[in-house]
Structures are given as C-alpha cells and as structure tokens.
Design a protein. Sequence first.
Length: 531
Amino acid sequence: MLTAIELLRRGREDEIWSRYCGFIDLDMAEFMEIQNGLLLEQIQRLGQCELGRKLLGSAVPDTVEAFRRDVPLTTYEDYIPYLTEKQEDVLPEAPYVWTRTSGRSGAYDTKWVPYTRGQYEKFSLYMLAGFIFASTEQKGAFVFEEGDIMFATLGPPPYVSGAVIGPGSLEHFPFTCIPPLDAEGGDFQERIAQGFQVALRDGIDVCYALASVLVRVGEQFERQSSSFDAKQLLQPKVALRLAKGLIKSKLAGRPLLPKDLWTVKAVAAGGTDMDIYRDRIEYYWGKAPLEGYACTELGLTSFTTWNTSLTFVPDMSFWEFIPEEEHLKSRQDPAYQPRTVLLDEVQPGQIYEIVGTNFHGGAFVRYRVGDLVEITALRDEEHGIDIPQMVFHARADDIIDLGGFTRLTERSIAWALENAKIAYSDWTARKDVGESGPWIHLYIEGKDHEHRDAQAVGQAVHGCLQDLDPEYRDWIEVMHGDPPVVTLLSPGTFERYMAEKQAQGADLAQLKPVRMKPSDEVMADLLRQST
C-alpha cells in the first residue's frame, strides 16, 4: 500500500486522508466489527505459540465471548521471564524491534516489549494521522510538503518513541528531523538545545515534544527574549528570523515567543499534564496541540482530532474497560477477576481501567496497563464522529485516597496549583497519616527563586481543591480534613536530583521523581538535594 509521501508525489493527496484518517467515518458497529475480527485472528496466532497457550489456558477460545469469559486478565508479571529474557521463539510472531519502558523497582527495573512489523506500521501510521489532524480543521486536507522540518524531542532507541514512532513515521512521510533521530552523544537537554540552534537557522514546520518541554521553551523565550548568542547573529538566516520575530513581538506589546519565530503547521504533545498546559502551548506556539494517549505495551490507544477529547483507534489493540467499582474491588482483593465492558457498552461520565489485547501478532493479552480513563461522550457531535470520546484520568496506582471520601489524582493537584497561581518548576505529593488522620504533603520547587510562605501555599491549594472537587469538600466537612502541608524545595532541586541519577547510570525513564506517591528513598534523595 502506498505511503503518504508516495501518494503526494503522484498527486493523489485526496487519498492520503482516507488512508490515514478515514477511521473517523466508522460507525460503532463497523468499529466493533474490526475489533472482533482482528481479535479472532490474534487468538489463532496465540494458540500456536508457547506464550499464547500459557495465557489462553487449556482450550483456545473460538469466540470473543469465550475469550472474555475464560481468559484471565494479565499484568507484566505474567510475561516474566518470556519478555525480560527476550525469548522470541515463544511469541505469536517474531519481533521486528524490541522496545523498553521502566519497570517496577525491586521486581524488574525494565519492561521489554516486542513489536512486530504489523504493530510497528500501524503505530507509525496513526502518528502521521495525528499530525494531519493537528495541522488542519478541514476534512480531507493535507498541508505538509516534502522537506518540512520536524522538531522532535524523542527518547532514543530502545524507547518506543525512538525505536518505533520516530523512524516509523518517517517511513510514511520523510520529515527532516532536528535533532536527527540517529544523532549520537549528548544528554536529553543538550539535544533539545542543539535542535533549537538548528531551528533558528532552518525553521520548524512540525513540533513533537512533551507538553512540559514546549511550555518550558516558551517560558525561556519570555525571560530571555533580548539575549542571544553573538555567534548566532553572525548567521544571516538566524539574524533575519530573529529580527522578524522581534518586530512581531514588539507590535503585539509582549516578549518574544516561539510563534514569532516559527509558523508551525502542527504541534503534537504528550504527557498526563496536557490539560494544564494546552492553552499555554497554543499561546507560545500559535497552534492548538494534538494530544495522544499511548503506552509501550499496547501502542496508540487514542488521540485528539478537533476537540480536547480523544478518539479511539480500531485496529491497534482490542479494547476492554473495567468499570470503576470493579476496579476498586480488584484493588481490595487481588484474587478478584473484575468484569469488563466493550467500547460499545461504555457510559459517558464514567471512569474505567483500560485493558488491551495486542493485534498483529503482539504479545499482550487482556493486559492491565494500570491507567484509568474517563468517557466524556459516546460520540463527537460537533464533527459527526460516532466513536466514544475519552480523557486520561489517572494512573491506577498514583491516586491519593483521603479517608475514602476523595481520590486525588496528579491532574487534580496540578489544576489546584494552576488555579492557585503557584509558580513552580516541579512538585511531588505524598499522603501522610497521623493521629488526626491523613493529609496531603506537597513538595514544591518554586520558579524564578520566588519566595512564598509554605503555609499560605497550602491554604491556597486547599481552597482550589475545594472548588475543583466536591468530594474533597465532603472530606473537610465530615472529617475536618487539614490543608496540605507544603515543603518548599530550594531552586534547582529537581535538576540536581536528575543529574545525580544520570551520573549513577539510571534509565532515562527513571531520572525524574514521580509526581504522586514517591518512595521514601526518592524523597530522601530529593530532600538531600534541597539542602
């Protein structure tokens, strides 16, 4: 089948849309027909390999109903040692590439995940589809041109971003990447800085980065809009770009922003904090960002088309959903097998734990990745998309429960900090428990050496959490819950922590402390860096 660049070169741009974005025209029955048909094909593959027989049990299911009834849900522990030791002969199909992601400290520090060629192609196809949606609001349009430049801050192979998303996307459309995907040397920060040096000269047409990175770059431009390396100004292309950008910013009566230097066609961003950063990304970069939800084990689940909710894709994995009440039962009793519903059975306003079974010869079967999603609508009414819409809710194991009244997520705390106008470089949160009951302990590194009173910060966040979460108000009223305790960390604490972990050889995915419920060991190291 022809790729986007081949279709473009042959003057068949109209076919690019149907090839990459046509899935949004499916109705729910057609979507489920694809899901069920690909699942039955996958079951047959699984029945012919050692890993599949272990997961499926004594009898290979011959219907979707039997599969869901008889095959247990799995976690990564069920794939040890097959995947951790890369035993390719036990898999449904030989891997095209191995990827990795962070594991569970003390059990397995790395999760190895095989990708077949079919999975690789499907994931990369949808990445280009996402760029197309991000670039236009007109159905059927294709605005990219050969030679367009993509600024991409991707983790290197064997992370899925560098091993699958980056090279796979370029097979469909050969953007010129800065920094180059095959560039060697330098840490993540250095590669970003080097990429922007090139971008000042050559331009940017597409941005693909973490949401927090895009905002951080915008903030740096605001603070340093008048200071540039003299060597840069000696380059005519750079000097001209900066001059035009400064004129735009002066006419607008504000500091220089990235959108003054580059008119990007598309911005794609990732990270669980997209809700917090979406408006600021558009302000800094001049383009509303596309958001995708993906994980290494299941590939791409969904992405935004033209609104802020995400649309599921039909042919990456088979999707099941554990209702929230069933999810909670399974947390209380690990032996309990929760029931699931399918995508045509979900209800708007409800929270579900997502479960996936790989298609295209992948290894994972009824896999619990540990994420909770919220179904926002059964269809996108504005754009006529008959596929349920979702947003990421929380990591299932990253929730802070306060007395059974409210369950705070990273997103809810981040919103409270945002609404309280707490300028921070980074933060993390834990639950402490004393004689008076549980409370939240926030550790915040302020931005720009800003000095605040810790108690006042806690009161401000307390008030905003009450505004955001009625159940948090109930906890206060019934249990007399206290405001968050705040510890203010010294400037540079998180950077020093990550630098030390990098020097110790820590995995890229494990350099930064988690936002929710960091371990005692992590907190001890973080507090040491703050002294």
